[in-house]
Design a protein around this ligand. Structure first.
Ligand SMILES: [Zn+2]
Length: 323
């Protein structure tokens, strides 16, 4: 029987994990979920995994990040207090900024580069997953919500600069992390070639960012503690309609899927109630809808603050690999 699963690329670097003398554990985030997800996949697929793997060649460079961030913001990254605020770990302000840049921001730079490589791979092969990234709260001049660099905006700007995307190409940004992707809305405030679909818990951070919410093209706000059944019903109701209205007017050249696993019921921050099976169904529904419309798709991990997060990610990738 002919294999129907499209080629998949998995972008991963051992440089993704974050460790800063244990202080990172003060945030509920599992800062090693990247290598844990990779290890689960490796365990299951063994050496066969290497044919899907794209190595990350280097961390993203300053000049690349300045495509999406202001020079003023850049200067604040040399101040520990600003970094501690963006990373939401107040104690970090007592560490020297150079140390934070090395132990915390450098892994994020690897991840941002991985997101760009994943988007390139998606354009070539159809589907790619970066086992990190998805920093959707990073604004042009401010980092917040554990997001310092906007890999999502960089995907668009850098691929345009490389002429892999034209300025007039339609791009879909699909955000199913439990938190509203306010940073992305600010990044694309006036760039309407990027069509934004965002389904989020309306009762949690960043609740007060009305300017961001006003930018969303298709917003699906959900109440606190929404069940998996209600979540999937809303997704099935709104996503195909949104895709159809977008595809009717112009061909979408790339979808960026921000697949936060903080929608999981045991997540400490997301405030939604999806089971493990619901999260998998969510992801598979998204990929099926995008594949049906032949839209190349790059998936980014984004948030996920439960010890199970890496298992949820691995389950989706395992299914995409067709096992
Ligand atoms: Zn989140």
């Amino acid at each position: 029987m002919q294999r129907t699963t499209p080629p998949l690329k998995i972008i991963y670097s051992p440089g993704y994990d974050i460790s800063c003398f244990g202080i990172e554990r003060l945030h509920p985030f599992d800062s090693r979920k990247y290598s844990r997800a990779w290890a689960l996949l490796k365990q299951e697929f063994g050496p066969a995994l290497s044919k899907f793997h794209v190595r990350v060649d280097r961390p993203v460079r300053d000049e690349e990040l300045l495509l999406v961030h202001s020079p003023e913001y850049w200067r604040t990254l040399r101040i520990s207090a600003h970094l501690a605020a963006a990373l939401e770990i107040p104690l970090l302000k007592y560490l020297p900024a150079w140390l934070l840049r090395w132990r915390v921001l450098r892994p994020m730079r690897w991840a941002v580069r991985g997101s760009v490589l994943a988007a390139r791979a998606a354009l070539e092969t159809g589907v790619a997953v970066n086992l990190s990234g998805g920093y959707h709260h990073a604004k042009p001049s401010q980092g917040e919500g554990f997001c310092v660099f906007s890999d999502i905006a960089l995907i668009v700007r850098q691929l345009r600069a490389e002429h892999l995307l034209a300025a007039t190409d339609a791009i879909l940004y699909l955000d199913l992390d439990a938190h509203q992707g306010n940073g992305v809305c600010h990044q694309f405030q006036t760039d309407h070639q990027v069509h934004i679909f965002d389904m989020y818990n309306e009762d949690i951070y960043p609740r007060s960012d009305q300017q961001a919410r006003d930018r969303i093209d298709c917003a699906v706000p959900l109440p606190f503690n929404t069940s998996g059944a209600d979540y999937l019903r809303a997704l099935q109701q709104w996503l195909p309609a949104c895709l159809d209205s977008q595809c009717r007017s112009e061909k979408v050249k790339l979808a960026i899927y921000n697949a936060g696993t903080d929608v999981f019921v045991r997540d400490k921050l997301g405030g939604l109630a999806l089971s493990e099976q619901d999260v998998l169904q969510r992801d598979l529904f998204v990929f099926a809808e995008l594949r049906r419309r032949q839209i190349p798709t790059v998936m980014l991990l984004s948030g996920g603050y439960s010890p199970e997060s890496h298992r949820l990610v691995a389950a989706t990738v395992r299914n995409l690999l067709g096992s």
